[in-house]
Ligand binder design. Structure first.
Ligand SMILES: [Zn+2]
Ligand SMILES: [Zn+2]
Length: 227
């Protein structure tokens, strides 16, 4: 099992907490994980975590120490970051600086705190993100009951993902988990456009590591079998 989106919060600074996170992953059966947190944030209400050299240095130290430890034989952990998409050039350049300094192994591209008039505008912003940021995966594409209406835009996004080898996140958190119908719809579209997906709990709390991944993966595998 994989969990490609786990927020570390203060475990970035705290070695014993960091070790607890690793242990928890191993205990719930995760073989591959991405540890990350947010870079600079658009909303001032949100706290940036990986936005200073000091924080990134601390994170690096813990990743290096993990890789030298016995635990690294049981689980693979990538050094990640979740970035806020923005069309503001100053904000962008700060993000690019953080990315350059951090040399992250897994970059999660997310849209947060931007108000859109409609879902199409939101998807257009994702396209812009794909064109302007080097990311590995698109985080938590918003739930909608009208997913069929946006087939063309989804397809445009997926074609670009396929070309750039960018994956789609199947987010299993209660906040962002797609309905079963949307999940199957997206799986079909991803398959038709040769796009990979990853499972992500998007855990913001230690207890939520791996949350709902097994269940969701079960649905995906059943869907594949019944095709
Ligand atoms: Zn997010
Ligand atoms: Zn997140």
């Amino acid at each position: 099992m994989e969990d490609m989106h786990i927020h570390l919060k203060d475990a970035i600074y705290d070695q014993s907490k960091f070790d607890m996170y690793v242990k928890k992953c191993i205990d719930v059966g995760i073989k591959k994980a991405v540890f990350l947190d947010h870079g600079n944030r658009i909303s001032t209400k949100h706290i940036p975590v990986l936005s200073s050299k000091e924080a990134i240095d601390q994170f690096n130290k813990k990743i290096i120490r993990f890789r030298e430890s016995k635990m690294s034989k049981e689980i693979e952990i990538l050094k990640g970051i979740e970035i806020d998409y923005s069309n503001d050039l100053d904000f962008r350049s700060k993000t690019f600086k953080i990315l350059k300094y951090g040399q992250f192994e897994w970059i999660v591209g997310a849209i947060h705190s931007i108000k859109f008039d409609n879902y199409s505008q939101y998807l257009e912003a994702i396209l812009d993100m794909l064109n302007n940021y080097e990311i590995n995966v698109i985080a938590h594409i918003k739930k909608t009951d009208e997913y069929e209406k946006y087939k063309d835009l989804f397809t445009k996004i997926l074609k670009l993902c396929s070309k750039k080898n960018i994956a789609i996140e199947i987010n299993t958190s209660d906040r962002s988990r797609w309905s079963d119908k949307q999940l199957y719809y997206m799986l079909e579209l991803m398959e038709n456009n040769n796009v990979n997906f990853v499972y992500s709990s998007d855990a913001h709390r230690y207890e939520d590591i791996g949350y709902m991944i097994r269940e969701t993966k079960g649905k995906v595998e059943k869907w594949k079998k019944n095709k």
